[in-house]
Design a protein around this ligand. Sequence first.
Ligand SMILES: [Zn+2]
Length: 149
Amino acid sequence: MAGRSKISDQVQEEVRRRASYLCEYCHASERWQYVSFTVDHVKPFSLGGGDGLENLALACFHCNRRKTNRVSVVAIKTGNEIPLFNPRKDDWGEHFVWSANGLSIIGRTLIGRATVEALALNRERVFSIRAADKEIGRHPPLGDPIQSN
Ligand SMILES: [Zn+2]
């Protein structure tokens, strides 16, 4: 999170490049933003997560703020602990798919669905951004799975 990172510029740039400049959770592209994305500790610093590349992920301000210091959530119905999507361990396309119109992220798995909810990946404001980006052909990101219908 902001303010207390000792991660070098070189490592931060490596994280950005590895992520193809996408938020590794909501797949927003940093290239069209005015504000730089955050280098997120997948396992929070406060829980002993390190500053190495294997524990870092690129996250937009919103996803970073919603994730806070969590690596899992507790399902209300069952009380089971469900891990949040881990960009270093999990494949985005395995856990998420874009709706046919490209505007919503749909969880394909328990992890995917829990993460969509916990990080509010379909928050209100993002729809208009996705729609505008789609109009000019830069959304969804190349290679992302899209529901056939
Ligand atoms: Zn995001």
